[in-house]
Design a protein around this ligand. Structure first.
Ligand code: DGP
Length: 114
């Protein structure tokens, strides 16, 4: 848990979120400003700032994270039609929340500029 981290506070429940899946040290919840009909954020419960800090997670956590993302895509009914998974690190990528998170987006034909 990092002080003043919004997503750590979602993990603890101090900040409410529409949680769609939880387990194996991961949480998935709906983005507050969705950019697609389905827009879910997947985060590790343990705080790392971004993709650049992924070495701070255990090998099991890293593996579980990928499997968990795929489960979210399946649970959201996106396997047949498709979905996109992205993560932003740093200013050039416009990262705005500094707790590693994966955007899982689908439910429409996504723009090639997203
Ligand atoms: P990024 O730009 O990659 O750091 O994305 C941060 C995302 O987090 C952005 O799509 C909006 C979302 N977000 C910001 N604050 C909140 C919040 O309080 N609740 C939820 N559910 N999502 C949030």
């Amino acid at each position: 848990m990092a002080d003043d981290c919004l997503f750590c506070r979602i993990v603890t429940g101090d900040v409410p979120a529409d949680v769609v899946r939880r387990g194996n040290g991961m949480v998935a919840f709906r983005d507050i400003a969705p950019k697609a009909p389905v827009h879910v954020l997947v985060i590790p419960e343990r705080h790392v700032d971004s993709m650049a800090g992924v070495g701070g997670l255990t090998p099991d956590e890293r593996a579980d994270m990928l499997a968990f993302i795929a489960e979210v895509g399946r649970d959201e009914g996106l396997e047949a039609t498709g979905y996109r998974v992205t993560t932003n690190h740093g200013p050039d990528a416009l990262q705005s929340v500094h707790h590693l998170h994966w955007h899982v987006m689908g439910g429409t034909r996504l723009s090639d500029s997203m």
